[in-house]
Design a protein around this ligand. Structure first.
Ligand code: BEZ
Length: 222
């Protein structure tokens, strides 16, 4: 028997995303109900009006259309007041010429940050660390990334992660390292493990394989 770590602890991969209501720069939100049927990237940043966070918001904004094309909504969050978020996005637009097209949650009390385990006390005090929660259309947490305060995230990797999860679901296959530019199999997909010796031998006939436990194939597409 396996004991789950998250009875009262942080949100883990495979959990249902915690529910909350909040004020955002785009109006009130009832999560995850308002996002049913969509993929969501919910991410936290330590604070408004800080340089690394500003570079992250510009990077997310520049890729917003690509996230939309994947049916994926971005939602930011920090322990700041709504007025602070509004002033900061106004500043980004005026000084950097970049409009922030996605909502930012004002988690004044830190209650949502606590719910999701975004506060890593020793590392971040009262500021959220840089977290990313990828949540699927059924409201299940499918991937989590944590980054420290002093290193900005790679938004192309977050885009790749969403694409990889969607492809894995659709193709019922696993996704190799650095996909779609994997060093061994390029953009090919990894066939799930066999469940019997007979199946293991059949795989060798049906797929390209390095061995029976490492078979790969082309994506079948839509
Ligand atoms: C920043 O975004 O620049 C930042 C925020 C909190 C701590 C350190 C850096």
């Amino acid at each position: 028997m396996v004991t789950r770590l998250s009875e009262n602890g942080p949100v883990l991969i495979g959990d249902k995303a915690p529910e909350f209501t909040a004020q955002t720069t785009h109006g009130p939100v009832n999560f995850p109900k308002d996002y049913e049927g969509k993929w969501v990237v919910l991410f936290s940043h330590p604070a408004d009006f800080t340089p690394v966070c500003t570079t992250e918001f510009v990077a997310f904004a520049k890729r917003w259309k690509q996230f939309q094309e994947l049916g994926t909504e971005l939602i930011g969050l920090s322990i700041d007041q709504i007025f602070s978020h509004m002033k900061w996005t106004e500043w980004i637009k005026e000084k950097l010429g970049v409009e922030i097209p996605f909502p930012i949650i004002a988690d004044n009390t830190g209650s949502i940050a606590s719910l999701f385990g975004m506060l890593h006390s020793e590392a971040s005090g009262t500021q959220t660390v840089r977290t990313v929660f990828v949540i699927d259309p059924k409201g299940i947490v499918r991937a989590i990334i944590y980054y420290p305060l002093n290193v900005g995230r790679n938004m192309d990797e977050i885009l790749r992660l969403v694409k990889a999860l969607q492809t894995s679901d659709k193709e019922k296959a696993a996704i190799p390292a650095n996909w779609p530019n994997n060093e061994l199999i390029g953009d090919r997909l990894i066939v799930p493990p066999p469940s019997s010796e007979k199946e293991a031998q059949e795989r060798l006939k049906n797929y390209e394989c390095y061995d029976w436990w490492f078979c790969h194939r082309q994506a079948r597409g839509a």
